[in-house]
Write a protein that binds this ligand. Sequence first.
Ligand code: ADP
Ligand code: MG
Length: 243
Amino acid sequence: MKNILQFEDVTYIYHTARGELVAAKDLTFSVGEGEFVAIIGPSGCGKTTLLSLAAGLLRPSSGRIESRGSFGYMLQKDELFAWRTIEKNLFLPLEVMHKCTAAQKARALGLAEKYGLGDFLKSYPAQLSGGMRQRAALIRTLAADPDILLLDEPFSALDYQTRLNVCEDVANIIRSEKKTALLITHDISEAISLADRVLVLTARPARVAHAHTLDLGGVPPLKRRENAAFSGWFETLWKELNA
Ligand code: ADP
Ligand code: MG
């Protein structure tokens, strides 16, 4: 498996009015093509900073980041524009990147149709459930056909029941579109139910404390939760996160 993203000894320092704040220190890890990697870590440890570095929105203070291909970003809140229809929201990244061609629009609409948004194209975000809005946000991210998806706690604003469903949904879409994904979460079960590999970060400044390959197979998240090995992984990661 070829690497699509690689961090080598990456340190990131925020310069604030009150001095320097080291958000990441000597971070080293890689993500292989087609892999689903979850990163868990305590609140405020530097997870969002890490994603911004991966996306090239921030430049490392020291160390190296190598990546191939384009990125799509999906955030905690769906960030759909309230005054645009779902269809117009889906076209937004294409407009921003000046790729709003007929072919690209057809691709976006094809994805919407395939993943059950076909009937909602003329609706406004407020007319959709939280779960459907999150699905629309993912389709929007996929519309530009990114090589790697960066997901920053995409389910954390949803209630538990919706969260399980959306998680199922998103896993299914990402696997069938064969995308590489880097998921940030503070939810251990979410990481275990989705990822091929889980990295555990230390408290700030973030470093990789542990890395695990899960081997739970390419089955949907809810099926994974039924796997006998699930609770063992939960215990391991819980201990590591609270060490
Ligand atoms: P996480 O996503 O793990 O909760 P963040 O990456 O958002 O953590 O933040 C890591 C640390 O960096 C926190 O202490 C946060 O307060 C600080 N931080 C984040 N963004 C900035 C910024 N723009 N300027 C200064 N400090 C920041
Ligand atoms: Mg964050």
